[in-house]
Design a protein around this ligand. Structure first.
Ligand SMILES: [Zn+2]
Length: 137
């Protein structure tokens, strides 16, 4: 498929040729129509640029959605936290906060709580501060 802006450029060139012909035949009506055509082409160019921007944003959104779906399918719920089904090489296999992932697709690695805070649980999410109980891992 030809680039839309290249097609518009070709239309502009045709318009210039038509304007030259209209000058030769001294046709005011044709000149006026060509001026209207140039205005419409300018509007079209702006719409194409807007559509390109929107298309890029949507492609990016789709890409992020697919990555999130892949990530979700790579995780499994064990007890109360998410773990990778297969340990990835670039991060720990788990446990990850279910609240952070379910709400915002964010992987927050739970950290063990110090002994003095074990009354609240064994692990804590460093992002949302949720605590996870004893014996769950
Ligand atoms: Zn969290």
């Amino acid at each position: 498929m030809a680039d839309a802006l290249a097609v518009v450029g070709k239309i502009v060139e045709i318009g210039k040729t038509l304007r030259g012909v209209a000058e030769l035949v001294k046709d005011a009506k044709t000149k006026s129509l060509i001026a209207d055509l140039n205005l419409a082409i300018s509007d079209l160019k702006m719409q194409i640029v807007d559509l390109r921007d929107e298309n890029l944003a949507l492609k990016d959104k789709l890409k992020r959605g697919a990555a999130e779906k892949d990530l979700a399918s790579a995780l499994e719920l064990k007890e109360v936290a998410y773990w990778f089904k297969v340990a990835p090489g670039d991060r720990p296999p788990g446990p990850y906060c279910t609240g952070c992932f379910d709400a915002g697709r964010k992987l927050s690695l739970l950290r063990p709580l110090p002994e003095t805070f074990r009354a609240f649980g064994t692990h804590e999410c460093p992002v949302c501060k949720a605590t996870y109980g004893a014996g769950e891992f």
